[in-house]
Design a protein around this ligand. Structure first.
Ligand SMILES: NC(=O)c1ccc[n+]([C@@H]2O[C@H](COP(=O)([O-])OP(=O)(O)OC[C@H]3O[C@@H](n4cnc5c(N)ncnc54)[C@H](O)[C@@H]3O)[C@@H](O)[C@H]2O)c1
Ligand SMILES: O=C(O)C(=O)C[C@@H](O)[C@H](O)[C@H](O)COP(=O)(O)O
Ligand SMILES: [Zn+2]
Length: 372
């Protein structure tokens, strides 16, 4: 992976790569798009949601006006509940009405919901057109905009319909993080802690030592953190773009996390559920003797430090267990679980039993008062 202060190159195939730009404004987006995507000969459809477009749509429109053949926008109501095929269908209709051809481009402006949905529409419209990611949440800057997992939920089953389709470019303006509310910011930390836990103990230690600056959203520290998380995610994706093996490690915390999200969304958002699922996965690792007591309780307490919880109320543990069985992580009828053998060392395991999972879910279940 090639990297310098403001860019990172992700190589996903023999002749395939794209640049991640780390910026502090949208000035410069048009020239990056011209350099990497030759937009002067293409139409662009900005896909965004009802919260993000009013905040940043004007900046993007001003930046791109006159730089491409035609600029249009498609805005849908914000929220996970709209990451659906119905909205993708509306987007296809818009693209057809605007005469979008194979050469044209989708620009996803927003968080992971926008990026996943717009990316899926790009992967399937006319059998695939290019798309670029302009992520505006912490979670989307460190995780969802990179790696080409696109898709939508189906009957509230997470990401059940999707495709691998790499973006042509990722451009992030870190100043967009200033308008995120506390819950959305914490969600990003859920995936960031995951990056440290699965791949890099030094980074995890760094996160502990910079908790205050991160929570105060000090830009230089956020920049360092976002870049390191992108390096970790980018390196995994480069080795295994279509999740034949190692990429599954990025699913740490997601088996139980996705099941909780299914029953608790929209009260709890994806990153918060991943943080809960990470504690559950760490709990199983701890009970197997793979994490020390100190390591396990540090993982639990890091959630609290970053405004995430390790307790969830209003769940039925048996129901959560049952839902894990319908997630995509089933592999020949067995759950593909990601465990830790120490901080920074994750591995794939197919032997986690229902009893172990139930025990871990019970640990999270706020209805059980005696925790320690
Ligand atoms: N494709 C992947 O690899 C991948 C990785 C992780 C998560 N995901 C998916 O990403 C989604 C979660 O992403 P998310 O946390 O970004 O959620 P999101 O897209 O729903 O954004 C969270 C909320 O913040 C608002 N918002 C976005 N940017 C803002 C800004 N700068 N200021 C103020 N408000 C802003 C949005 O309108 C939304 O209401 C889930 O659907 C998850 O499954 C995908
Ligand atoms: O990029 C990946 O690979 C990930 O697993 C990143 C996750 O944070 C993300 O939530 C992903 O969508 C989950 O994978 P899924 O295949 O279970 O949808
Ligand atoms: Zn995730």
């Amino acid at each position: 992976m090639e990297t310098n202060a403001s860019t990172l190159l992700v190589k996903t195939g023999k002749d395939q790569s794209y640049t991640i730009y780390f910026e502090q404004s949208f000035a410069g987006l048009a020239s990056c798009l011209e350099k990497d995507c030759h937009i002067s000969g293409r139409k662009i459809c900005i896909v965004s949601d009802s919260n993000v477009f009013p905040l940043y749509g004007d900046d993007i429109v001003k930046e791109l006006n006159g730089k491409c053949v035609h600029l249009t926008s498609f805005i849908f109501p914000a929220g996970e509940k709209n990451k659906t095929l119905d909205i993708v269908r509306d987007l296809y209709e818009h693209l057809i009405l605007e005469h979008f051809e194979r050469r044209d481009l989708i620009l996803a402006l927003g968080g992971g919901v926008v990026g996943d949905l717009a990316g899926y529409a790009a992967a399937t419209y006319l059998r695939g057109i290019d798309f670029v990611q302009v992520p505006t949440t912490l979670l989307s800057q460190v995780d969802s905009s990179i790696g080409g997992k696109t898709g939508v939920d189906f009957d509230s089953y997470k990401n059940m319909v999707g495709a691998f389709h790499q973006p042509s470019l990722v451009y992030m303006n870190l100043n967009t993080l200033k308008t995120l509310d506390a819950q959305q910011f914490a969600c990003g930390m859920g995936e960031i802690l995951k990056h440290g836990l699965i791949k890099n103990a030094d980074y995890y230690e760094w996160l502990i030592n910079h908790m205050m600056e991160i929570n105060d959203r000090e830009l230089p520290v956020l920049l360092e953190m976002v870049q390191e998380s992108c390096r970790i995610k980018g390196a995994v994706v480069e080795k295994d773009p279509t999740e034949k093996g190692e990429r599954a490690l990025l699913n740490f915390g997601h088996t139980i996390g996705h099941a909780i999200e299914k029953v608790k969304s929209p009260e709890l958002l994806h990153g918060q559920c991943v943080a809960l699922g990470s504690v559950a996965a760490a709990y199983i690792s701890f009970k197997r003797g793979l994490l020390s007591t100190e390591e396990f309780y540090e993982i639990r307490d890091m959630n609290v430090g970053f405004d995430l919880s390790f307790l969830v109320d209003g769940i039925n543990s048996q129901e959560i267990l049952r839902i894990t069985k319908s997630d995509k992580k089933m592999d020949a009828g067995r759950v593909k679980f990601i465990l830790l053998k120490g901080i920074g060392k994750a591995f794939i395991d197919h032997t986690v039993t229902d009893e172990e999972m139930l025990d871990a879910i019970e640990f999270l279940n706020a209805d059980n008062l005696e925790k320690e």
